[in-house]
Write a protein that binds this ligand. Structure first.
Ligand code: ZN
Length: 446
């Protein structure tokens, strides 16, 4: 991106463990960058004054993609902007994000869509793929003009924040999305079932005397949607899956050969509703933190391939908004700067991680759902690259976040694994300050 503004530059990322899921590649190799593209390392090497990044001990992989982010612009710039949100993204190792359309106005029209695309292009920190709304103003009654929105750059459709409850509206949405080969990303929740709930309905909500969100509100909508997928053949993606039965429904749909995919958030792989015991508003989110059984089912679902993608549901809210108390605070937590480490923690078994599987779920898998270019480190591919130190120990310090807000229940947690550098279109957009020695031989080109 913005590659034409400056002369072409070359550098080599040397000595890293290259993991490139698109070609099942996992071994030590040098990667060349020439301008905004990947090149053969030998070619970049030969160029005079080529720079160099020392990647020894690091994983070098295609740039991570977060397919579920709330950038809040336009309409709620006090929470986040495209500039701060994409800054948080590259700090977390993401070279691309897909942003949800629950902005004000909603991304249900071409003008708002173009505004988001244009702002992201001007800022140029990372790639932004806007998701269009399924229905006009996300009200669940009238399906948007998907043809026009897709032509102008919407990558998929979602009313995230709300599920589309009306059966015939949803049937029509699926039929239209099918014609345009766009995925429907559903926030699965029947409000009549979940109404008023502030946390998972169960033992902990009963003990606290708080109104609970019944897991059936999520599961019943997935069930309805899968029936409609069977009917229409549309591509269907379940957003932020959180219950054991939901995972089982997706597992069966996949076994039936239906075009169904899903994502899970790091917090649903790590925390249970017990975390809500102190009524910390930073443990309030939709879907809510569930039971230990649900967490275990989500982990199993990820490991057996039922769950395709890791996504953050990055949902910034200000300290003032979260200070309204557990009952009144808006649901949601930020995730871009913690996702990689938290996912490592959730998926490490006996201290080892299937890095190829983890990276696939944050690169190739979300790209395939969104229908964007397959991330890869093969020559001529866009030079979107993430360098990860898989052994880096650090403490999550919300006060250092690049995003505007600090709403996370993970502050103070000791974690392992961190993005050391994020390269977008051949440009270094993030580098970890205490790893500066790795970039000494990178001439001042970025
Ligand atoms: Zn949602």
């Amino acid at each position: 991106m913005n590659g034409r503004e400056t002369p072409s530059k070359r550098f080599v990322i040397r000595g890293g463990r290259v993991i490139d899921p698109a070609r099942n590649f996992d071994r030590t190799e040098d990667i060349g960058v020439d301008g905004d593209r990947i090149s053969a390392a030998s070619e970049s090497d030969a160029a005079p004054a080529a720079g160099e990044i020392d990647a020894r001990g690091l994983i070098v992989c295609p740039g991570l993609i977060d397919m579920h982010v709330h950038l809040r612009e336009p309409g709620a710039e006090h929470k986040e902007t495209i500039e701060t949100g994409t800054g948080a993204a590259v700090a977390g190792g993401f070279t691309a994000v897909a942003c949800m359309p629950n902005t004000k106005p909603a991304i249900d029209n071409i003008a708002t869509l173009q505004h988001v695309i244009e702002r992201a292009r001007q800022i140029g920190v990372c790639r932004v793929h806007p998701i269009g709304a399924i229905t006009v103003n996300r009200q669940g009654t009238e399906v948007v003009d998907m043809t026009a929105l897709k032509q102008h750059g919407a990558v998929a459709f979602s009313d995230d924040g709300d599920g589309v409850e009306n059966d015939s509206v949803m049937r029509e949405a699926f039929a239209r999305a099918r014609e345009r080969d766009a995925a429907i990303i559903q926030h699965c929740e029947y409000k009549a079932i979940s109404a008023g709930g502030v946390m998972h309905k169960g033992r902990v909500s009963d003990a606290l005397g708080l109104p609970g969100l019944d897991p059936r509100s999520e599961e019943d909508m997935i069930e309805r949607d899968i029936a409609l997928v069977r009917e229409t053949g549309a591509r269907y993606h379940v957003a932020h899956i959180s219950t054991a039965r939901a995972v089982e429904l997706v597992r069966r749909a996949k076994a039936d050969g239906l075009p169904v995919t899903t994502e899970v958030c790091p917090h649903h792989l790590l925390l249970t509703d017990d975390a809500c015991s102190e009524q910390d508003p930073n443990t309030k989110m939709h879907p809510p933190l569930r039971t230990a059984e649900d967490v275990a089912a989500c982990r199993r679902g990820f490991l057996d391939g039922t769950i395709d993608c890791i996504a953050t549901d990055h949902a910034p809210h200000t300290a003032e908004e979260k200070a309204r108390g557990f009952l009144k605070a808006p649901p949601g937590i930020v995730g871009l700067e913690t996702a990689l480490a938290l996912t490592c923690e959730a998926l490490s078994e006996d201290g080892s991680i299937d890095w190829c599987g983890l990276i696939r779920s944050m690169t190739v898998a979300p790209a395939s759902v969104l229908g964007v270019t397959t991330p890869s480190l093969t020559p001529t591919a866009p030079a979107d690259i993430t360098l990860i130190d898989p052994r880096k120990s650090w403490r999550i310090a919300p006060e250092t976040f690049h995003g505007k807000t600090r709403n996370t229940p993970f502050g103070g947690r000791d974690v392992v694994g961190r993005a050391v550098a994020t390269i977008v279109g051949g440009r270094l957009r993030h580098q970890l300050a205490d790893e500066a020695h790795r970039f000494e031989r990178l001439s001042p080109i970025n």
